[in-house]
Design a protein around this ligand. Structure first.
Ligand SMILES: *Cc1c(COP(=O)(O)O)cnc(C)c1O
Length: 241
């Protein structure tokens, strides 16, 4: 059970983040309402998530299929959208398509094809983002910037997929200035992608920025920031898993 104190702390944390988000938007000459707050709620309980859903959070982001299923079945988001932001294995696509309003982490042709056929079976259009490995890290998911165009072209051929934009997680150990450079490059890539796509699509989402760097991400065009720790406190992976 959450204590009164925990509820108060979470409320203040979300209000503080929204204030910082609005400040960053205005500083960049943008409208605060253009930027959505995604609560990255991996490892958080249904109770914590349900409480947070009553706060000014726009949507929820899950990393694990199991948690997405559990929290959507429990109605923990109180009707707000749930997105999938973690690495998605092809054998779990069926559980995510139709359940996640947006899949942020598409980074291969194989995954694209699986999502398309799952969406086709449900007779829906699944909205996705393509994840870019903007720091060109060895062990990271996401496509290299030069692999982006072929994947976007393939996606355009898929009847049951709509690409809404791009997502990135810059290297965790980068310096602040370096991180800003990555965000700026993502903004450039989104604009290029939009130009290539012409009027046929609606590439308008840039998902980037976390607890430590969301203000910088907003300065460089983020439209969704994904925040975990600053809302819910440090994650306790414990000994359960
Ligand atoms: C955990 C996670 C976040 C949030 O990270 P914090 O540093 O806790 O804010 C954002 N995006 C993704 C993809 C994550 O896995």
């Amino acid at each position: 059970m959450m204590t009164q104190e925990q509820m108060e702390r979470m409320t203040q944390a979300v209000l503080h983040i929204r204030e910082k988000m609005a400040e960053a938007a205005i500083r960049a000459g943008r409208k605060p309402e253009e930027i959505l707050l995604c609560a990255a709620c991996k490892t958080r309980t249904v109770e914590e998530v349900r409480f947070s859903a009553g706060l000014p959070i726009d949507l929820f982001g899950e990393n694990h299929v199991q948690e997405l299923v559990e929290k959507t079945d429990a109605g923990a988001y109180l009707g707000k959208p749930g997105h999938f932001i973690g690495h998605l294995q092809t054998n779990k696509v069926n559980k995510v398509v139709g359940r996640a309003a947006l899949i942020h982490s598409v980074d291969s042709l194989r995954l694209l094809e699986k999502i398309d056929s799952a969406a086709q079976k449900l007779n829906i259009i699944q909205e996705i983002l393509v994840e870019v490995n903007i720091g060109a890290e060895q062990s990271k998911s996401g496509v290299r910037p030069e692999e982006l165009w072929p994947l976007l072209e393939a996606a355009q051929e898929k009847a049951n997929i709509r690409v809404r934009g791009l997502m990135a997680i810059p290297p965790a150990d980068a310096e602040e200035r370096e991180t800003e450079g990555y965000f700026e490059n993502m903004n450039i890539l989104l604009n290029q992608a939009r130009e290539r796509q012409g009027h046929s699509g609606k590439m308008d989402i840039l998902s980037m920025g976390m607890s430590q760097d969301f203000a910088a991400a907003i300065a460089h065009g983020a439209t969704i920031v994904r925040i975990g720790t600053a809302i819910y406190g440090p994650r306790d992976y414990g000994t359960k898993k």
